[in-house]
Ligand binder design. Structure first.
Ligand SMILES: Cc1ncc(COP(=O)(O)OP(=O)(O)O)c(N)n1
Ligand SMILES: Cc1ncsc1CCOP(=O)(O)O
Ligand SMILES: [Mg+2]
Length: 218
């Protein structure tokens, strides 16, 4: 893993509600209701198959002045100049971080424990994701949920050096307790995509997890 000589571009600490979705349809819907931070997470398809969706998602994100992160497909994200990329720890092994950095894209990195936190910090990413906080049905996780106490501990350890995003099993009724741990953002999948009324759920989540402009962020 080659680490760039300077940090990745800054993003606001309080990125606000951060939905993670697997289709263009969801990207469109969420931008329409005022979501400003989101991720397109399409798993395990050949680049050629996802490229049209990635191009359109980036275009929609730009048009709405939103912060759209692309999960996994870093080459396509660089090629089409996405706002940012989200990578897991395993992704870090075979990703050209210098290419992402030199192209000026923001980078978010997943972490699950202290050693992953140290590795993420060494990369100086735009934000650090902490999870999974609670049990989740959305993704098979090899580790146990970290819970609120561990989450608060990790946020404290980072000491405000990096914006933080909590993820994993965060339902509407758990958002406030997660925000109370000092995280800047809450990433959710099922709290929106499985909600009986996704628009109402998104509105409530946006209110509980507000974006705050940070003059030092790009
Ligand atoms: C905001 C956010 N946090 C964590 C993840 C998980 O990323 P990763 O570990 O790379 O796993 P996959 O999402 O690729 O299955 C995420 N996507 N977003
Ligand atoms: C992609 C991902 N990474 C860690 S947990 C998770 C899924 C979160 O989904 P949900 O909000 O439905 O628990
Ligand atoms: Mg990944």
């Amino acid at each position: 893993m080659k680490i760039p000589a300077s940090a990745f571009p800054k993003v606001p600490y309080y990125l606000g509600l951060y939905p993670v979705v697997d289709s263009l349809e969801w990207v469109r819907r969420l931008l329409q209701v005022g979501v400003k931070t989101l991720q397109l997470r399409i798993k395990d398809l050949p680049d050629a198959e996802v490229e049209p969706a990635i191009i359109e998602a980036i275009r929609l994100g730009r048009e709405a002045d939103a912060r759209l992160f692309i999960n996994d497909y870093w080459r396509l994200a660089v090629k089409h100049r996405a706002y940012g990329i989200h990578l897991g720890q395993e992704d870090l092994d075979d990703t050209d971080l210098l290419a992402i950095h030199d192209a000026g894209l923001r980078l978010g990195v997943s972490t699950h424990d202290e050693s992953e936190l140290a590795r993420a910090v060494s990369v100086r990413p735009s934000y650090i994701a902490l999870g999974h906080v609670f049990p989740t049905q959305t993704k098979q996780m090899p580790s146990s949920p970290q819970g609120l106490q561990e989450l608060a501990h990790h946020v404290h350890q980072l000491g405000g050096r990096f914006p933080t995003v909590a993820i994993g099993g965060i339902s509407l009724d758990r958002v406030q307790s997660v925000m109370d741990c000092g995280v800047g953002s809450v990433a959710v999948v099922s709290a929106i995509t499985q909600a009986s009324d996704w628009q109402a759920a998104t509105r409530q989540l946006l209110a509980l997890c507000p974006y705050r402009d940070d003059p030092h962020a790009q």
